[in-house]
Design a protein around this ligand. Structure first.
Ligand code: NAG
Ligand code: NAG
Ligand code: NAG
Ligand code: NAG
Ligand code: NAG
Ligand code: NAG
Ligand code: NAG
Ligand code: CU
Length: 583
């Protein structure tokens, strides 16, 4: 508390190590570090099939309610005063916590001020929204933006379990702070129970430039790139804390206990960077990638593309007085931007540690691994699911970077750089049985009708990786690599499954590829996009229309069409500057 009180008397320049003057910090990454329970309501455990295959979701009837008040404020998460977006006065936003099968309801009020008015939507990353595709939170796709001063209530089931996050899907708005963690308690692989759940570890590279200014730079001709000023853990960082930080006031801190096991829920909540997470002197046991438990494996370093999560168990092998660095390094070979502080640090204190000590421990080494995730051979889902031998349809996609007519470099999928329309929702058009072929080609809709499964063979000719993310599903990752896919599937009886997977950089001569497949058993409109906010803003997104004939029979709540009426009215009176794809 002392450091926080001091701040109001000092100028920003003198504060390089201290935390924000306004707004509360997230409790995650502070001491004593809060721990999470295994379940919120343990009486429900017996309802769950602990040998769950993740395709039979329990229904608990329990409702977890949240109210989010969203505002712009000045704060200094790393010591530099900046306009950020806070939820309930927190940076990053509060934890959403539920048991598997619960219902989550979140009432979101957009109090972003007059003068800097912006729409808002919130997306619940990785939840499949089965039977509630209108709650997916994508403007122009599942709803229209929540107008300034307006409220909207999201209600959906916690139909997956594990670790995730929610974030704005309006432009690149989440880069200004509009995101927070999600934890859904569920079964754990037998033999992998742990003593302490240390909760979310959100990792985000951080720019002192706002998302809007960053996009303006990127769409300049020629493009300019914002500098990545810092790399934060749970929204905490400092400008120069390695040597004289008075205990590291600005850094996140975690408790470890000697001889006990700790679960950490790693989440890449950043803009574009691949993160390399490690803890000096400690091995990490991976138990889940995204919402999919895996056959546990050990590693020293976890790679996280934007949007990805990895749950790890860490044994407290240190002495009771131990003090260790937790690190997350931006992989600069995969960044294409400059960075002042690419390497995030946080401090782990064992139970008898001197809380003013600064660690002197040494980092594990890592390699770029061609900007890809761990090899598909080593990431095997714990609950077996075998893809259909032959998918109902196969679709090829080509990703490219090209200048548009006014010289802005945009991202194209099969020659279309997507741009959504905030005044409308593709889902409402599908409900009205409007044929997708009569809609604006810039919406880049892939109408797969009632096909039961699809295989996407994606090629990338641009020299950067893409963490490819699909809404509404966990996909199988059949293959990834460089060149032309030869049809070989890795682990064909039980391939890697998750909702976000890195595809490596490519070139026009030697493209990179990724092959994804999923069952189309979830009627809705599901964006598939690169999760790097610069790329999705540049148009790297397609909208997949799944079972439109079922959508036309759905009862979509009136509150959805109301968001569009309200937005149309707002946009008719105020100037709306849609600088990018919109999502
Ligand atoms: C942060 O910057 C804003 C805008 O310039 C200013 O109004 C505010 O007083 C600053 N806050 C601090 C703590 O310096
Ligand atoms: C980003 O990529 C472009 C095109 O390959 C290259 O010209 C530029 O130097 C790169 N910038 C950085 C900071 O890596
Ligand atoms: C960040 O960490 C990487 C890997 O350990 C190292 O190569 C690099 O020099 C570090 N960068 C800075 C600015 O400390
Ligand atoms: C090119 O893209 C930029 C950024 O989205 C946009 O501002 C501009 O209007 C586009 N130019 C044309 C001719 O469409
Ligand atoms: C994209 O446009 C180019 C040039 O017009 C054409 O050669 C290519 O076949 C198109 N690609 C796709 C996937 O439609
Ligand atoms: C399957 O998808 C293809 C390609 O979009 C489409 O032409 C076909 O009509 C679909 N089949 C069914 C049964 O909906
Ligand atoms: C479980 C554990 O080690 N808890 C410690 C966390 O850190 C605080 C200091 O802030 C200690 O008092 C706790 O013992
Ligand atoms: Cu990308």
């Amino acid at each position: 508390m002392e450091a926080v009180l001091l701040i109001s008397f000092l100028s920003v320049a003198a504060l390089s190590c201290d935390s924000g003057p306004t707004g509360d910090l997230s409790p995650w990454g502070t001491l004593p570090s809060p721990n999470l329970p295994s379940w919120i309501d343990s009486t429900g455990i017996n309802q769950w099939d602990t040998d769950a295959r993740q395709n039979v979701v329990p229904y608990t009837g329990k409702v977890r309610k949240y109210n989010f008040d969203i505002r712009r404020e000045y704060a200094a998460p790393d010591g530099v005063n900046k306009s950020v977006i806070l939820i309930n006065d927190q940076y990053p936003g509060p934890l959403i916590e539920a048991d598997w099968g619960d219902t989550i309801t979140v009432t979101v009020t957009n109090n972003i001020d007059v003068g800097t008015e912006e729409g808002v939507t919130l997306h619940w990353h990785g939840l499949t929204q089965k039977n509630t595709p209108w709650m997916d939170g994508v403007p122009g796709v599942s709803q229209c933006p929540i107008v300034p001063g307006g409220s909207f209530t999201y209600t959906f089931q916690a139909d997956q379990f594990g670790s995730s996050w929610y974030h704005s899907h309006y432009s690149a708005q989440y880069n200004d702070g509009l995101f927070g963690p999600i934890v859904i308690h569920g079964p754990v692989q037998s033999g992998y129970d742990y003593d302490f759940d240390l909760g979310p570890v959100m990792i985000s590279e951080y720019t002192h430039t706002s998302y809007y200014e960053s996009l303006k730079l990127l769409f300049d001709s020629p493009p300019e790139f914002p500098n990545v000023d810092n790399n934060l853990i749970n929204g905490k960082g400092a400008l120069d804390c390695q040597s004289n930080c008075d205990g590291g006031a600005g850094l996140a801190k975690f408790n470890f206990t000697s001889g006990k096991t700790h679960r950490l829920r790693l989440i890449n909540t950043g803009m574009t960077a691949n993160q390399k997470f490690s803890i000096d002197g400690h091995e990490l046991t991976v138990i889940a990638n995204d919402f999919v438990p895996v056959q546990p494996y050990k590693t020293n370093v976890v790679t996280l593309g934007v949007g990805q999560r990895t749950d790890v168990i860490v044994e407290g092998t240190g002495e009771p007085s131990g003090v260790y660095w937790m690190r997350s390094d931006i992989d600069m070979d995969c960044l294409n931007m400059t960075s002042t502080i690419p390497n995030a640090t946080a401090i782990i204190y064992y139970e008898e540690a001197d809380l003013s000590a600064i660690p002197t421990t040494t980092a594990a080494s890592w390699s770029s691994n061609a900007c890809s995730n761990d090899p598909l051979e080593s990431t095997v889902p714990y609950y077996l699911q075998t893809p259909p031998a032959t998918p109902a349809i196969t679709q090829e996609l080509q990703i490219a970077l090209m200048p548009n007519a006014s010289g802005a470099f945009l991202m194209y999928v099969n020659n279309v750089s997507t741009r959504v329309n905030y005044d409308n929702s593709i889902l409402l058009d599908a409900k009205a049985a409007i044929s997708s072929s009569s809609l604006d080609p810039e919406l880049n809709i892939y109408d797969f009708g009632s096909n039961s499964s699809v295989r996407m063979v994606v090629y990338n000719t641009w020299g950067q990786q893409h963490p490819m993310h699909l809404h509404g599903h966990n996909f199988w990752v059949l293959a990834e690599g460089k060149g032309t896919w030869d049809g070989t599937v890795t682990n064909p009886s039980n391939p890697q499954r998750r909702d976000t997977q890195l595809m490596r950089p490519g070139s026009t001569d030697t493209p990179s590829y990724i092959v994804l497949e999923w069952e189309m058993n979830n009627p809705g409109v599901w964006p598939m996009h690169c999760h790097m906010s610069t790329h999705v803003s540049g148009g790297l997104v397609i909208n997949i229309l799944e079972q439109p004939s079922s959508i036309s029979h759905m009862n979509i709540p009136k509150t959805i069409s109301q968001t569009c009426k309200d937005w149309a009215y707002f946009a008719g009176h105020d100037y709306v500057d849609q600088i990018d794809s919109g999502v």
